[in-house]
Write a protein that binds this ligand. Structure first.
Ligand code: HEC
Ligand code: HEC
Ligand code: HEC
Ligand code: HEC
Ligand code: HEC
Length: 260
């Protein structure tokens, strides 16, 4: 009798020790996923050096070039080839195209990411984009587009398209021709969506209907469009819905809740 009681007690103690050990082990070891994420994510506010440079380059003040060298396109292409222009002459592997000249008139989108080196490698020809050079011999062979293309309809240079058109014609034109690279707007542009933390004003525990009303304050058009979609208007034979087999016209357009 004593013996079995003893054995039961030792068993219980052993179980308790095991449990305590398991608890300690669990609290001591950090959750592996969280630790890994912390290790992998950059410190707050950190920006990759080439991205930082791209941001600065986007807003640089580039001197205007009024005279271009008179040279036929094929001559220029051949000359640059003979002079050995290639990937090694590229100073910036990527650009963020975010010109203040364009953004002064229209700012619907985030900066356009342009992978310069990747393009140069894929096309193997600098002149398809760098199609002209300044007449000034001191000028750069591969000047930036913004050196020559500025506002549209400049009366002093009616032959030159504005900077935005220069990009759109050249970038989209080639993508269309080669069937490579994006041609639809959102392929190059991310929408410039303002921070909604600061826009949306709601009480601490809002009712669902209050949230809808708040979004509709600014998104009236989207609200009207929603009312015309199948997501809003669906109604129909619910023969396959359990407990509703006899109701022929069930749906948001008729008797469904969540309709405010
Ligand atoms: C697909 C088009 C494209 C190709 C191909 C291309 N570039 Fe560019 N390049 C650009 C654009 C766009 C810019 C930046 C324009 C701006 O900011 O106005 C640029 C800028 C540059 C600049 C910076 C110029 C400055 O004044 O700061 C250099 C240098 C350059 N390119 C060299 C080259 C070389 C060398 C090649 C060929 C090996 C090449 N690029 C091929 C589109 C291209
Ligand atoms: C040295 C000055 C200069 C530079 C740099 C320059 N352009 Fe031009 N661009 C011109 C002039 C001048 C014209 C009008 C005459 C012509 O079409 O040759 C023109 C015309 C254009 C046109 C319309 C005609 C066509 O060929 O379809 C496009 C598009 C264009 N440029 C894109 C660009 C892009 C993109 C860049 C930068 C990679 C660039 N240009 C750099 C001077 C320049
Ligand atoms: C002469 C032809 C040509 C011109 C000009 C050109 N592209 Fe492209 N683009 C390509 C090709 C080819 C690819 C596919 C490259 C690949 O996948 O290796 C591409 C791919 C892309 C992509 C998707 C892949 C990536 O690298 O992110 C983007 C975005 C892009 N281009 C943006 C632009 C912009 C912006 C311009 C104008 C400043 C431009 N392209 C001018 C030929 C061109
Ligand atoms: C191949 C890439 C490409 C495609 C596709 C493209 N764009 Fe752009 N777009 C650009 C570049 C590059 C700029 C110049 C960005 C800068 O310097 O600010 C630009 C500038 C703009 C701007 C002025 C800047 C702004 O934020 O308001 C508007 C508006 C615009 N694009 C509209 C469109 C629309 C609409 C479409 C679709 C029909 C389109 N784009 C397709 C490359 C592209
Ligand atoms: C004070 C005005 C305001 C309020 C309130 C507001 N938004 Fe926005 N929202 C904007 C603006 C401005 C844009 C950018 C332009 C656009 O895409 O129409 C935007 C863009 C968006 C986009 C991105 C659209 C896209 O095409 O990428 C979404 C999603 C969005 N809002 C959802 C909401 C939701 C959900 C609410 C309610 C909780 C809300 N917004 C409340 C002003 C507002």
């Amino acid at each position: 009798m004593m013996k079995t009681l003893d054995r039961a007690r030792t068993k219980r103690v052993a179980a308790l020790v095991l449990l305590a050990f398991a608890l300690v082990a669990r609290t001591a070891a950090p959750a592996p996923a969280a630790a890994k994420a912390e290790k992998l994510s950059p410190p707050q506010g950190w920006v990759a050096p080439d991205r930082q440079r791209a941001i600065e380059r986007a807003h640089e003040n580039v001197p205007f070039v009024s005279q271009v060298k008179d040279e036929c396109f094929v001559c220029r292409q051949q000359r640059l080839r003979n002079e050995g222009y290639g990937i090694d002459d590229i100073t910036d592997a990527c650009f963020l195209l975010d010109s203040p000249i364009i953004k002064k008139r229209s700012d619907q989108y985030m900066p356009v990411r342009f992978m310069h080196s990747k393009h140069a490698a894929a096309l193997n020809d600098c002149t398809v984009c760098h199609h002209l050079r300044p007449a000034d011999p001191q000028g750069k062979e591969t000047s930036r587009c913004v050196a020559c293309h500025r506002q549209a309809f400049d009366p002093r240079h009616p032959d030159r398209v504005g900077l935005k058109a220069a990009y759109h014609l050249r970038c989209i034109g080639c993508h269309e021709q080669m069937h490579k690279g994006p041609v639809d707007c959102l392929g190059c542009h991310d929408k410039n969506v303002p921070d909604h933390n600061r826009l949306v004003e709601l009480p601490d525990h809002p009712k669902p209907s209050q949230v809808t009303v708040e979004c509709l304050r600014c998104h009236k058009r989207q609200g009207r469009e929603m009312l015309k979609t199948a997501h809003w208007l669906w109604r129909g034979n619910s023969a396959y819905t359990m407990g509703r087999r006899k109701e022929v016209q069930s749906g948001k357009g008729t008797n469904a809740v969540n309709n405010f």
